[in-house]
Design a protein around this ligand. Sequence first.
Ligand code: TMP
Ligand code: ASP
Length: 236
Amino acid sequence: MQRGEELYSGKAKSVYLTDSDDSLILLFRNDTSAFDGEKIEKLDRKGMVNNKFNAFIMQHLEEQGIATHFLQTLSDTEALVRRLDMFPIECVVRNVATGSICKRLGVEDGIDLALPTFEFFLKNDELHDPMINEFHIRSFGWADEEAVEVMKERTFKVNQILSKLFADAGMILVDFKLEFGRQGDEIYLGDEFTPDGCRIWDADTREKLDKDRFRKGMGGVVEAYEQVAERLGITI
Ligand code: TMP
Ligand code: ASP
Protein backbone atom coordinates (compact mmCIF):
# COMPACT_ATOMS: atom_id res chain seq x y z
CA MET A 1 0.00 0.00 0.00
CA GLN A 2 1.47 3.38 -1.07
CA ARG A 3 1.51 6.35 1.31
CA GLY A 4 -0.47 9.19 -0.29
CA GLU A 5 -1.01 12.78 0.79
CA GLU A 6 -0.82 13.67 4.50
CA LEU A 7 -4.36 14.06 5.80
CA TYR A 8 -3.59 15.16 9.33
CA SER A 9 -0.63 15.45 11.66
CA GLY A 10 -1.27 14.99 15.37
CA LYS A 11 1.12 15.35 18.29
CA ALA A 12 2.61 11.86 18.01
CA LYS A 13 1.21 10.35 14.81
CA SER A 14 0.65 11.45 11.21
CA VAL A 15 -2.19 10.16 9.08
CA TYR A 16 -1.89 9.59 5.32
CA LEU A 17 -4.34 8.78 2.54
CA THR A 18 -3.88 5.53 0.61
CA ASP A 19 -5.09 4.42 -2.81
CA SER A 20 -8.27 3.12 -1.15
CA ASP A 21 -10.99 5.44 0.21
CA ASP A 22 -11.61 3.01 3.07
CA SER A 23 -8.14 2.93 4.60
CA LEU A 24 -5.47 5.23 5.99
CA ILE A 25 -1.83 4.85 7.00
CA LEU A 26 -0.79 5.82 10.53
CA LEU A 27 2.83 6.86 11.01
CA PHE A 28 4.00 6.62 14.62
CA ARG A 29 6.58 9.38 15.14
CA ASN A 30 9.16 9.77 17.89
CA ASP A 31 7.46 12.97 19.11
CA THR A 32 6.18 12.69 22.65
CA SER A 33 3.81 15.27 24.06
CA ALA A 34 2.37 16.07 27.44
CA PHE A 35 0.10 18.71 28.94
CA ASP A 36 -1.89 19.15 25.72
CA GLY A 37 1.16 19.77 23.58
CA GLU A 38 2.94 22.17 25.99
CA LYS A 39 5.89 19.78 26.41
CA ILE A 40 7.10 18.00 23.26
CA GLU A 41 10.32 16.02 22.77
CA LYS A 42 11.58 13.47 20.30
CA LEU A 43 12.42 10.16 21.98
CA ASP A 44 14.56 7.77 19.97
CA ARG A 45 12.80 4.50 18.96
CA LYS A 46 9.45 5.54 20.44
CA GLY A 47 7.59 5.52 17.10
CA MET A 48 8.71 1.99 16.36
CA VAL A 49 8.02 0.70 19.87
CA ASN A 50 4.53 2.23 19.91
CA ASN A 51 3.67 0.94 16.42
CA LYS A 52 4.55 -2.63 17.43
CA PHE A 53 2.89 -2.27 20.84
CA ASN A 54 -0.30 -0.93 19.27
CA ALA A 55 -0.40 -3.69 16.63
CA PHE A 56 -0.10 -6.37 19.33
CA ILE A 57 -2.84 -4.88 21.52
CA MET A 58 -5.23 -4.20 18.62
CA GLN A 59 -4.79 -7.78 17.34
CA HIS A 60 -5.34 -9.16 20.85
CA LEU A 61 -8.54 -7.10 21.17
CA GLU A 62 -9.78 -8.29 17.75
CA GLU A 63 -9.21 -11.90 18.85
CA GLN A 64 -11.34 -11.17 21.91
CA GLY A 65 -14.21 -9.78 19.81
CA ILE A 66 -13.55 -6.01 19.83
CA ALA A 67 -13.85 -4.41 16.37
CA THR A 68 -10.79 -2.21 15.79
CA HIS A 69 -9.60 -0.10 12.86
CA PHE A 70 -6.29 -2.01 12.70
CA LEU A 71 -5.67 -3.87 9.43
CA GLN A 72 -1.95 -4.64 9.21
CA THR A 73 1.57 -3.52 10.06
CA LEU A 74 3.28 -1.93 7.04
CA SER A 75 6.74 -1.09 8.40
CA ASP A 76 8.54 -0.46 11.70
CA THR A 77 6.60 2.76 12.20
CA GLU A 78 3.53 2.44 9.94
CA ALA A 79 0.19 0.66 10.18
CA LEU A 80 -2.69 0.34 7.74
CA VAL A 81 -6.06 1.10 9.36
CA ARG A 82 -9.70 1.47 8.37
CA ARG A 83 -10.67 5.06 7.65
CA LEU A 84 -13.12 6.18 10.34
CA ASP A 85 -15.15 9.28 11.07
CA MET A 86 -13.90 9.86 14.58
CA PHE A 87 -16.11 10.99 17.45
CA PRO A 88 -14.37 14.03 19.05
CA ILE A 89 -14.48 12.22 22.36
CA GLU A 90 -12.03 10.44 24.67
CA CYS A 91 -13.27 7.50 26.75
CA VAL A 92 -11.31 6.95 29.98
CA VAL A 93 -11.59 4.02 32.36
CA ARG A 94 -9.75 4.03 35.69
CA ASN A 95 -9.01 1.09 37.97
CA VAL A 96 -6.79 3.07 40.34
CA ALA A 97 -7.15 6.78 41.19
CA THR A 98 -4.22 8.87 39.93
CA GLY A 99 -3.71 11.82 37.59
CA SER A 100 -6.50 14.29 36.89
CA ILE A 101 -9.16 12.56 39.00
CA CYS A 102 -7.11 13.12 42.16
CA LYS A 103 -6.86 16.86 41.48
CA ARG A 104 -10.51 17.10 40.46
CA LEU A 105 -12.01 15.18 43.36
CA GLY A 106 -9.31 15.64 46.01
CA VAL A 107 -8.92 11.88 46.42
CA GLU A 108 -5.69 10.20 47.49
CA ASP A 109 -3.29 9.11 44.75
CA GLY A 110 -3.00 5.35 44.30
CA ILE A 111 -6.33 4.21 45.78
CA ASP A 112 -7.67 1.01 44.18
CA LEU A 113 -11.23 1.77 43.07
CA ALA A 114 -14.05 -0.45 44.35
CA LEU A 115 -15.37 -0.54 40.76
CA PRO A 116 -13.69 0.69 37.58
CA THR A 117 -14.95 4.19 36.80
CA PHE A 118 -15.66 5.84 33.45
CA GLU A 119 -15.27 9.40 32.16
CA PHE A 120 -15.83 11.15 28.82
CA PHE A 121 -13.57 14.03 27.76
CA LEU A 122 -13.92 16.37 24.80
CA LYS A 123 -10.92 16.11 22.48
CA ASN A 124 -9.83 19.74 22.41
CA ASP A 125 -6.26 20.72 23.38
CA GLU A 126 -7.01 24.46 23.54
CA LEU A 127 -9.66 23.76 26.17
CA HIS A 128 -7.40 21.13 27.83
CA ASP A 129 -9.78 18.26 27.04
CA PRO A 130 -12.60 19.21 29.45
CA MET A 131 -14.60 16.43 31.09
CA ILE A 132 -18.09 16.12 29.57
CA ASN A 133 -21.12 13.92 30.20
CA GLU A 134 -23.55 11.99 28.01
CA PHE A 135 -25.97 14.91 27.91
CA HIS A 136 -23.29 17.20 26.46
CA ILE A 137 -22.47 14.58 23.84
CA ARG A 138 -26.11 14.20 22.81
CA SER A 139 -27.01 17.91 23.07
CA PHE A 140 -24.13 19.04 20.87
CA GLY A 141 -24.49 16.09 18.49
CA TRP A 142 -20.96 14.77 19.03
CA ALA A 143 -22.39 11.23 19.00
CA ASP A 144 -25.85 9.65 19.18
CA GLU A 145 -27.31 7.58 22.01
CA GLU A 146 -26.37 4.26 20.44
CA ALA A 147 -22.77 5.33 19.90
CA VAL A 148 -22.50 6.58 23.50
CA GLU A 149 -23.70 3.18 24.78
CA VAL A 150 -21.36 1.28 22.44
CA MET A 151 -18.35 3.40 23.47
CA LYS A 152 -19.03 2.85 27.20
CA GLU A 153 -19.70 -0.86 26.88
CA ARG A 154 -16.66 -1.52 24.65
CA THR A 155 -14.34 0.55 26.82
CA PHE A 156 -15.32 -1.52 29.87
CA LYS A 157 -14.87 -4.72 27.84
CA VAL A 158 -11.40 -3.55 26.74
CA ASN A 159 -10.64 -2.90 30.40
CA GLN A 160 -11.53 -6.49 31.31
CA ILE A 161 -9.48 -7.95 28.48
CA LEU A 162 -6.40 -5.77 28.96
CA SER A 163 -6.41 -5.75 32.77
CA LYS A 164 -6.06 -9.53 32.58
CA LEU A 165 -3.36 -9.34 29.89
CA PHE A 166 -1.26 -6.94 32.01
CA ALA A 167 -1.99 -8.74 35.30
CA ASP A 168 -0.80 -12.04 33.81
CA ALA A 169 2.49 -10.29 33.03
CA GLY A 170 2.85 -8.82 36.56
CA MET A 171 1.54 -5.33 35.80
CA ILE A 172 -1.46 -3.19 36.75
CA LEU A 173 -3.49 -1.40 34.08
CA VAL A 174 -4.19 1.75 36.11
CA ASP A 175 -6.18 3.73 33.52
CA PHE A 176 -6.37 4.34 29.79
CA LYS A 177 -7.97 6.43 27.07
CA LEU A 178 -9.73 5.14 23.96
CA GLU A 179 -11.16 6.86 20.89
CA PHE A 180 -13.82 5.44 18.60
CA GLY A 181 -15.09 6.20 15.11
CA ARG A 182 -17.58 5.05 12.52
CA GLN A 183 -17.24 3.47 9.09
CA GLY A 184 -20.70 3.07 7.57
CA ASP A 185 -22.98 1.51 10.20
CA GLU A 186 -20.15 0.04 12.25
CA ILE A 187 -18.36 1.56 15.24
CA TYR A 188 -14.69 0.66 15.58
CA LEU A 189 -11.99 1.29 18.16
CA GLY A 190 -9.63 3.79 16.51
CA ASP A 191 -6.50 5.79 17.37
CA GLU A 192 -3.99 3.72 19.37
CA PHE A 193 -3.39 1.75 22.53
CA THR A 194 0.19 2.38 23.68
CA PRO A 195 1.90 3.48 26.91
CA ASP A 196 1.40 7.07 25.63
CA GLY A 197 -2.31 6.84 26.40
CA CYS A 198 -2.51 4.64 29.45
CA ARG A 199 -0.92 4.12 32.85
CA ILE A 200 0.82 0.86 33.66
CA TRP A 201 2.49 0.08 36.99
CA ASP A 202 4.61 -2.85 38.03
CA ALA A 203 2.33 -4.97 40.24
CA ASP A 204 4.91 -5.47 43.02
CA THR A 205 6.75 -2.15 43.15
CA ARG A 206 4.10 0.11 41.55
CA GLU A 207 6.92 1.58 39.44
CA LYS A 208 5.51 3.72 36.60
CA LEU A 209 6.06 2.18 33.16
CA ASP A 210 4.15 4.66 30.97
CA LYS A 211 4.07 8.28 29.76
CA ASP A 212 3.92 9.58 33.36
CA ARG A 213 7.72 9.06 33.28
CA PHE A 214 7.84 11.74 30.55
CA ARG A 215 5.24 14.03 32.18
CA LYS A 216 7.19 13.91 35.45
CA GLY A 217 10.68 14.11 33.87
CA MET A 218 11.69 10.75 35.36
CA GLY A 219 13.68 9.55 32.31
CA GLY A 220 13.85 6.01 30.98
CA VAL A 221 10.62 6.53 29.04
CA VAL A 222 11.17 4.35 25.97
CA GLU A 223 13.10 1.84 28.09
CA ALA A 224 9.99 1.44 30.26
CA TYR A 225 7.74 1.01 27.19
CA GLU A 226 10.15 -1.67 25.91
CA GLN A 227 10.11 -3.40 29.28
CA VAL A 228 6.31 -3.58 29.18
CA ALA A 229 6.43 -4.86 25.60
CA GLU A 230 8.95 -7.53 26.50
CA ARG A 231 6.86 -8.66 29.48
CA LEU A 232 3.84 -9.01 27.16
CA GLY A 233 5.92 -11.04 24.71
CA ILE A 234 5.98 -8.36 22.00
CA THR A 235 9.05 -8.53 19.75
CA ILE A 236 10.32 -5.07 18.95
P1 TMP B 1 -5.85 11.87 33.21
O1 TMP B 1 -5.53 11.32 34.56
O2 TMP B 1 -4.87 12.94 32.75
O3 TMP B 1 -7.28 12.33 33.07
O4 TMP B 1 -5.65 10.69 32.15
C1 TMP B 1 -6.31 9.45 32.32
C2 TMP B 1 -5.74 8.46 31.33
O5 TMP B 1 -6.12 8.79 30.01
C3 TMP B 1 -4.21 8.40 31.32
O6 TMP B 1 -3.83 7.06 31.08
C4 TMP B 1 -3.81 9.26 30.16
C5 TMP B 1 -4.98 9.11 29.22
N1 TMP B 1 -5.26 10.34 28.47
C6 TMP B 1 -4.62 10.55 27.25
O7 TMP B 1 -3.82 9.72 26.81
N2 TMP B 1 -4.90 11.68 26.57
C7 TMP B 1 -5.76 12.61 26.99
O8 TMP B 1 -5.98 13.61 26.31
C8 TMP B 1 -6.44 12.37 28.26
C9 TMP B 1 -7.43 13.37 28.80
C10 TMP B 1 -6.15 11.24 28.95
N1 ASP C 1 -3.39 14.83 25.15
C1 ASP C 1 -2.30 14.99 26.08
C2 ASP C 1 -1.09 15.52 25.35
O1 ASP C 1 -0.48 14.81 24.62
C3 ASP C 1 -1.94 13.73 26.79
C4 ASP C 1 -1.11 14.04 27.97
O2 ASP C 1 -1.59 14.64 28.91
O3 ASP C 1 0.04 13.68 27.97
O4 ASP C 1 -0.72 16.65 25.52
